[in-house]
Design a protein around this ligand. Sequence first.
Ligand code: DHB
Length: 463
Amino acid sequence: MCSTMLYDMNETRSIILYTWVLLFVVLLSSCHKEDIRLKWDVKKKGEQRTLVMGDDNKVNYTAYEKVHYVSWIQDSAYQYMNIYVPHNLREENPPIFLKTYTAGYMASKAKAPMANDATGYALSEGYVVCVVGSRGWNSTVRGVYNGRAPEAILDLKAAVRYLHSNDSIMPGDANRIIASGSSAGGALVSLLGASANHKDYDILMELTGAAEGRDDVWAVVSYSPITNLENSDMAYEWQFCSTNETRGLSERQAYLSSQLAAMFPAYMETEGVSEEEMEQWMSNSIMSSAYRAEREGQVIPLETGVNIADSVVDMRQFVHYIAGVQPLKTPPAFDALNVVNNRGTFENKIFGNMDGKDANYTEFSMANQLDGSKELGDDIKWKVRLMNPMNYIGSSSHLCKHWYIRYGTLDRDSSFPIVLLMEHKLKKQGVDINFALQWGEVHNGDYKLSELFDWLSKIEDIQ
Ligand code: DHB
């Protein structure tokens, strides 16, 4: 009997202990969900400001700055966003215009709205504006490079998650986030729109200290995206190799160019696109751009290779024309071979390591290293995958529904096939896409803003 009592007492103690442990775990996990550091402070006092627009129109707004969107801040210089709420809202709970100033895959600060770019325009149109800072290849704390790939996209996703998880208590409608950026920023917002809520990022997001939940956006505005990095060297040479004789290449560079150009059709095949189709799309897009420019009063010079009267474009002449405006990059244009001594490109840096060393990230450049061929590590392959929207368009169930993509006809920082392949892949998914090559535009962003905001005001109705 005694032993039974002892047994009962032991059992009771175990049950009590178990209950406490359970309660502790539940409490801990609910703390994690309700992490106070990731909660919008409804008492946060905004600052009253006025933005003077180019036409002297004054926009009054409230500024809430330094909103940290991760619970574990690795770099306080960049990992926060600023929220700006115009007094004259376009509707009670308007869309949120989210802007990244990322350029060159570098770290980027969350700035205040500017009258001459999309942030000022959005504010004056009554959108809530959110400018997100994020880490990049050059962000360092105590000598550690903390922003190498894929950290920049994790930061942007974390900011979006913060907006979603605080939607009911924050200004603006997180179900209608418009993510906008140019160049490397255009690439990052494209990735944001393509890879939303994808499980590939889950563990990394947790380690970054992001809020749990959704990171999907409603619209992507991408100017001049430097994207699809692992296929960009091939695309570049495929487009530009006809200019090689005037490009001042060494014998070895000319050899690399011809090798890369020859490899590109096989990649296009994997996307279901033939060389002939791509050539046709390039001509069509350039012609549409020229027609549009002509309708707007511009003269299209014959030396560009575009003949409006005959509706033809001589592509060879056209790429020579681009190369004449600004010298082309040398092959390989993105994954350079001289990464020792950190003389690599922005791309070699973003895939570099935390000690600050540049790295190669394609099989081709790795194999053609001057100091002997090496294999690409699985870790680099994984990072490359995480940075490319092409890997997620069609594989994420939360593909962004509205896309606005612009690329200049004189842009030589990347190539036409890269943006056209992305457009093609998005089109196949049936999303709403407003794509155009902008006549006479070099590598640039935030142009023709009235056109962008006209489009945005229309998509508000579709949802
Ligand atoms: C940018 C430009 C480049 O030519 C490049 O390779 C990467 C990024 C930029 O302007 O962001």
